[in-house]
Write a new protein. Sequence first.
Lengths: 527, 283
Amino acid sequence: MTKSAKVIVAGLLAFLSLAPLASAFADVPYLRWERGQVQQVVLGGAAAENNWKIQLQGNGIVPLDFTVSEKAQGGYLVYSLFIPVETPRGPYLIAAIKNSGEIKVVATILLLGTDVYRVTAVPRDLAFIIGIFVFITAVTSTIRARKYAQMTFLSTQKIPVTGAYKEQSKEPLLLKIRNYPYSSRVKSIAGFETSLFKFLLIREGELLHRASKNLYAYLPIAAFLGGLIAANETEKAGGIAKASLAVFIAMAVISIADAYSGVLATLGFWLAQLAFGNISSFRDILLMLAVGIGWIGPIMGFAIFQSNVSRDFGKSDTASPSPVGSAAVLVTGPIFGAAIFYFGHKLINSILIEIDAQRGISNLALAIIAGALLVRGLADGLIDNQKLQSSEETAQKLESITIARVNSPKSFLTVAVCVFGFSYLWTTNAQSSALVTALFSAPYALLLIRFSKFSVPSLAQVPRNILLEGLIVTAVAVYLFRDISTKPLLVDVMSRKFLILAGCPAIAHAIYSLVCDSSNRIERISA
Amino acid sequence: MKKFFSVLLVFSLLQVGLAYAADTGTATLENRDYIFGLSKQSEVNLNQVLFLLAGKDGTPGAAGKDGIPGIDGLDGKDGKDGVDGKNGLDGRNGIDGINGVNGINGINGAAGAQGAAGAQGAAGPAGPAGAAGRDGRDGVGGSDTSTSTYGAGAARVSSCTDSATVSLRASYTGEDFVFNQVKISDVNTACGTGIIRDIAFYFKIGTSALHNSSAPKYTNGDVLKCVSTIPRSNTWGTTPQFTITNADAVCTNFTVPSRGNFSLNDIYTADFTNRIGFEIYDQ
């Protein structure tokens, strides 16, 4: 057989083998979908009138049902399905099932791995991020109440929360060199203006200080080096997107032990990333911020709960929290801290364009964080009861801070810039991002305001509860999300609407807190 | 720490600015890499939303062609036995038996006395009869009216036909059988056209004792002749072509013409010698 004849025969066989397949799917659309996202099908015409059921079938999986939206005014329905990350890749069918039971294949799907992650394409992730942020905002708005204004703890550290730090200048040079890590930490924290952040940094270092002064002095250095190493490891792995979560868990645990060390670890990580040339866009700067939230956020959130939640379950005496209050802190604090860890990593994922399967956050990781926070809470309780009577430490004193205002204009501006940055990266729409920024940063702006004459006497004595109010506001935001999810909207539009609406409960609560706080203080002054 | 943070932030922003300014070819306002970074963007042909607009259900299509006939079914079980049939009709009467052999002649009587001289004798007898005709066809079985058919005979037909078939029918008088009618067939239609023709039948009376005991027009050995006019051929049937009844035929004693005319049914079949002669001739 000649070469040309072989070619003709081979071509004929190929045509014959492909012809049935081509004819079978000639009229069926072929789509490529990524798993780990919400995928949608819009049905109009007779299909919408007959309430067809839509399923993803094939490749050996149990068929996945699309959830159907309400009927749009235009007469169409939007079917949505979140395809789990663990769904096998390969070919699938989209089947429309009529009321009569007749099944019709309306599309063929090639399911791919998650190559590009967009948080707006996964409304559940977006709802979680926004839910946590709304909860944090509600907690922050509640803290402005006079009930929570005074925070105290017994400190053995040489750093005063308020007032000037007096350096021991008469020490010998060798002793100065030996004590340099300790003194540098003290001076570094002392350099902060009096603020809630400074108070929490000092307070969360007390455990380490009582355990070992050397550890107190050298752990920040170790954490800084750990941040550099973590950056190097992520670089070797091919970037944050492909780095193991273990590195991030380890740094978060270090932060739980000592918040100041966590801050230095974040700065070290940032420095290394800058040195590697990985910081070249606003996205990268926000990424560093998100890493910092994931590492420092859990202990900070836990500390706020530790300082305030116990007051909602007993007397407001901060020196001796009730057993119920302590138990409430030990139950809710680790959960809140683990949620902030999850929040930080979802923030990281939301601005990482390329994402690896390893970026999925397991329940084990959350359990480790919650467990570490629980241990930290128990250890803090032991220290409170110890009173250091047998210790060689004699210079213990009661450090306290009165929160005149929860945040400053600078922190408000920081929140606004960050919200705009994240929103813009998610939606790539400046107008809607500006609106989202206005809605989500407004509660922080309201924290800067207090009425001097406007008062609602009935609200002056309303008991405040951080946990309860935070949960209610978050529940309203979640309700809004669920309500929007039933609307016939494409997932991007749905996410954008949710971003806008979810800010409203936080604003309403911030106004409520403003009125309550103002009324309470006016009434107290007048009394 | 605050200063360190500030330095990091400033250097980071510088890096962003440098990245923005480094590539003059792509650093346009539309190119927002300084915000989004240089990472891979989502492919446009991924994660498309499927839009379907289904029409109303169509009218049912035409019926399909009939399928191929199925294979024959298995044979059914035998049916139950049927009810007995009705009794059959009576069979036809059998043909009359052959006449018995004539008896032995009696012993001659004693010679009589010599008679007186006789008168002048009459004219001599007619010449001898012609040769015997063909045997007639077998008669049809008798009916309830006890008719008989006789087929034997001798024929002399005229030039109008080469053949003729004569069948005699008898009827029962209550005492004995007599001739009733004669059926004619196989006659050329020429005999019934043109000139009017007669058909004559000749019966030979036997020698045995006569059955006709009521003033018969014949006696032993006589030859009887019955004549009838042949009807026009356009009135003929097929078989028989025509029939001659008692009313049609006029019979005479051919041997003793003085005995006068009589009818066909005056001839007893038992007196007949089973031979018939007939002829067709112009009037």
